[in-house]
Write a protein that binds this ligand. Structure first.
Ligand code: AMP
Length: 450
């Protein structure tokens, strides 16, 4: 791995063709990111690559640039037939675990390929299949897909096959290997040519990823752009111990301290995202929820509002914590501490991206100390305490209770708290300040004394 202060080569020095160097410049990519600087020389040379890179590292560029370069070489280096250069359809396929990520990957391909008339199609669930069949009829160079929908088209759509495929990318491979995708992924791998280049990117190297690597890559070069579970240096991380029943006061206090920032707030449940967004809106914040419970078009709508800064607070579950490319997030707030500490890395990876600075704040209640301790273990450091003025925080209580009452009414009227029976009582009490789980005892925090 390169030393921090080692001079990074330019895209051109790494061997990227002029057309693509210009595209990078147009996107404001002044120099290659770490994963790009390390992966590009191998991928441009036609090697299979495994990249272990965290979210926001620029990994999309690390696989898109070599694919576009190979496409250009294929077009320019082949013999013209009847005076025409070849126009290879279905040259590359990128598999992504989520629709949102697929759409964002396609956007980066289209941005990088704008000057070379690149055609790109997105095949994801939740979107009309007919529209996708029409897009396939235009013989795109690059397909970005979720495995299930790609397999549907491979098995059903007349005239579509990936027999000429030259590149396969498995993005967020650790997530592609969950049970939902395993079957279609294997079917796809059985069907596509073995003579191809494969690029695999993953945040973590799990046993399953290793197995997939053995099954589908040839003598791959392994590149690790970040130490195992580190967070980037430009990320300032804090924690704050808060009594469960005052958690919302602390949240509102923190948000009021940074009124101009764009923030993502992570909660445990879909209902939680809706309730918090309603509560924050009734307090005058521009908040919007996004969760797996929403339809695809609503999720994209919410994301676009956030991207356009119409709303500056996105309240989300972990569904949104990976893959979404939201470049301008300033603050990530863990309203609920993730039970799986690796999710913490993915969540805070939403900020401090591509060299920018960012803030991650975790609200830890008396019930979440164990999980929080696991996170500190994983990142290998103790975080500083966020400075909060307790008097000011508690002075928000009265306004907040009213906001919560109104939001609870809204939730009831719109059929909220209804989706999962059994969890509902716990959920509503959790947000409305019930005492489920015991009273706040100062002594609970003592075992975590610093
Ligand atoms: P990714 O990790 O691929 O999702 O990329 C995260 C963000 O970094 C995206 O908004 C990219 O447009 C941006 N990005 C990628 N490569 C570079 C680069 N070399 N310089 C600056 N920004 C970049």
């Amino acid at each position: 791995m390169k030393e921090e202060n080692e001079v990074v080569k330019t895209f051109a020095e790494l061997g990227v063709r002029e057309e693509l160097v210009k595209a990078c410049e147009r996107l404001g990519w002044k120099k290659p990111s770490k994963i790009q600087a390390e992966a590009l020389p191998y991928a441009l040379d036609g090697k299979d690559v495994i990249g272990l890179a965290q979210t926001g590292s620029g990994k999309t560029g690390a696989f898109a640039i070599p694919i576009l370069q190979a496409l250009l070489e294929y077009v320019y280096d082949s013999e013209p037939k009847k005076g025409r250069r070849p126009d290879p359809a279905f040259f590359a396929c990128v598999l992504s675990p989520t629709r949102e990520l697929a759409i964002q990957i396609a956007e980066q391909f289209e941005a990088l390929g704008a000057d070379i008339s690149l055609r790109c199609a997105v095949l994801v669930g939740g979107i009309d299949r007919m529209q996708q069949t029409i897009a396939l009829g235009k013989r795109p160079h690059v397909i970005v897909a979720t495995p299930g929908r790609l397999w549907d088209h491979m098995s059903d759509t007349k005239g579509f096959s990936l027999k000429s495929l030259k590149f396969l990318v498995l993005d967020e491979a650790d997530r592609l290997l969950n049970e939902d995708f395993e079957k279609s992924l294997n079917q796809i791998l059985d069907e596509i040519p073995r003579e191809r280049k494969t690029l695999l990117f993953s945040a973590t190297m799990t046993t399953k990823v290793r197995k997939l690597q053995r099954a589908c890559l040839r003598n791959p070069v392994k590149i690790e752009a970040a130490s195992k579970y580190s967070t980037v240096d430009t990320l300032k991380q804090w924690y704050l111990f808060v009594p469960g029943q005052y958690k919302d006061c602390y949240l509102v206090y923190i948000l009021s301290e940074m009124p101009e920032s764009t923030s993502m707030i992570f909660t445990r449940t879909c209902d939680g995202t809706r309730f918090l967004a309603l509560m924050l809106r009734s307090l005058g914040f521009r908040a919007i929820p996004i969760s797996g419970q929403m339809t695809q078009s609503k999720r994209l709508g919410a994301l676009n509002k956030f991207k356009a800064r119409e709303c500056n607070i996105l309240v989300c579950t972990d569904v949104a914590s990976r893959g979404l490319d939201i470049p301008s997030v300033d603050v990530v707030i863990n309203y609920d501490i993730p039970t799986n500490s690796k999710d913490y890395i993915h969540r805070v990876g939403r900020t401090a991206r591509a060299g920018r600075s960012g803030v991650g704040i975790s609200l830890v209640t008396q019930y979440q100390i164990e999980w929080y301790t696991q996170i500190e273990k994983l990142i290998g450091k103790e975080l500083p305490k966020y400075p909060a003025e307790e008097g000011e925080v508690l002075s928000l209580l009265e306004r907040l209770q009213e906001a919560k009452r109104l939001s609870a009414m809204d939730m009831k009227e719109s059929g909220g708290w209804k989706k999962r029976r059994g969890e509902n009582d716990e959920e509503s009490e959790r947000f409305l300040g019930g005492n489920r789980g015991g009273k706040y005892k100062k002594k609970s925090f003592k075992k975590f004394k610093r």
